[in-house]
Design a protein around this ligand. Structure first.
Ligand SMILES: NC(=O)c1ccc[n+]([C@@H]2O[C@H](COP(=O)([O-])OP(=O)(O)OC[C@H]3O[C@@H](n4cnc5c(N)ncnc54)[C@H](O)[C@@H]3O)[C@@H](O)[C@H]2O)c1
Length: 337
């Protein structure tokens, strides 16, 4: 059954935390295209204003979701919907700022939900909540022990524990009657993603263009599902149309490409597409991220989500790499002119 109040045909006001980031800006643009008014809250720690379009329907508020008094000043916005993406993302930051990452997921999420009480909320969780499960495509209903999450975080609650705790905060609200939807995205990639914080695809593309080595961790046979950002955002919009997906027991949904690629595949593909002479350099993951182990296999089972967003033809990894390469070349050309 379709959800009337959040129907995409009816214009609404939407609060997007982390809206100046990589996925956030795609969400913001899609809401604006639908005629909605969008309020973005972002501390610009990794996001940038360049990601946001000029629009009289877009209102930007610089500040942190950890700053409750700041959020209180925005209480009167009374949005119809919250899309909560504000988070510290990327292994480089996640391993350096464990505590802050955890706090942003937990206190940050509580602050947003408490300030805008009762407003339906889409929470962006992560495939990290599947911990170190390495064996098969992961399903929403599988049980993951806290030990697994702690192992992912190398014994100190950070990103995986934080996202799990964020989900629990959301589920508690949901059980109390609020409309809450929890999205678990899998390695979202596309143009505007930056490599600075440890994202593998932009890092490889930038290094290949610059003739620098492509660092592959361990043996490079780790498998990931690389999922196009536009397709991911389209799935979220589709999911928001269904009433049952806002209710307890139904409201956790994987989004991601079903086909996995090894990091070796990716590295060779990037070298081919960039026609680069860069070398592939193998290093131990733990050398870069002490005490952390890399997940060997991370691909979603999307049987549940497909019942709602349909069977998706995800863009191939090669086509996304080509698109990213085209965009990087364009930006470089503009900067040089
Ligand atoms: N990119 C992926 O592959 C992926 C996969 C799984 C989950 N996610 C989740 O999706 C969301 C968006 O990720 P992204 O890839 O766009 O990353 P991103 O870093 O581009 O976006 C995060 C945004 O949040 C902002 N932010 C960080 N801390 C903040 C704070 N305290 N207050 C306000 N704003 C803050 C940043 O400035 C940035 O604009 C995150 O919640 C992330 O955990 C992303």
């Amino acid at each position: 059954m379709k959800n009337q109040s959040l129907n995409s045909e009816k214009s609404k006001t939407v609060l997007v935390t982390g809206g100046a980031g990589f996925i956030g800006n795609s969400m913001v643009k899609k809401f604006l295209d639908a005629g909605d008014t969008v309020y973005v809250i972002d501390d610009l720690s990794t996001g940038t204003l360049d990601n946001l379009p000029e629009s009289e329907n877009l209102h930007f508020y610089k500040g942190s979701i950890l700053d409750k008094p700041f959020l209180e000043t925005l209480k009167d916005l009374q949005p119809d919907l919250i899309v909560h993406l504000g988070s510290i993302v990327g292994m480089r930051l996640a391993t350096k700022y464990h505590g802050l990452v955890y706090e942003t997921c937990t206190t940050g999420t509580s602050n947003v939900l408490d300030t805008f009480k009762g407003v339906p909320a889409v929470l962006f969780s992560s495939s990290a909540v599947y911990g170190m499960d390495n064996r098969h495509a992961v399903r929403e209903d599988q049980q993951v022990s806290y030990e697994q999450l702690l192992k992912y975080d190398a014994g100190d609650p950070g990103y995986a524990c934080g996202k799990y705790a964020m989900e629990q905060i959301g589920l508690k609200e949901s059980e109390a009657g609020r409309k809450v939807m929890i999205i678990r995205p899998f390695n979202v990639i596309g143009t505007r993603q930056v490599g600075t914080y440890g994202m593998v695809v932009p890092t490889f593309v930038n290094n290949a263009i610059a003739g620098k080595p492509l660092t592959v961790f361990d043996d490079g046979f780790q498998v990931r599902s690389f999922s196009d950002v536009t397709t991911c955002v389209n799935c979220v919009f589709k999911l928001m149309e269904f009433d049952e997906l806002w209710t307890p027991g139904h409201n956790i949904i994987n989004i991601g490409a079903k086909t996995g690629h090894s990091i070796n595949d990716l590295a060779f593909m990037v070298l081919e597409e960039t026609q680069s002479d860069s070398v592939i350099k193998y290093s131990f993951y733990e050398e870069f991220f002490p005490n952390h182990k890399d997940v060997a296999y991370r691909v979603p089972d999307t049987t549940y989500g497909e019942k709602y967003y349909g069977v998706i033809e995800w863009p191939s990894l090669r086509s996304i790499v080509q698109k990213i390469l085209h965009s990087v070349k364009h930006v470089n050309a503009v900067q040089e002119s």
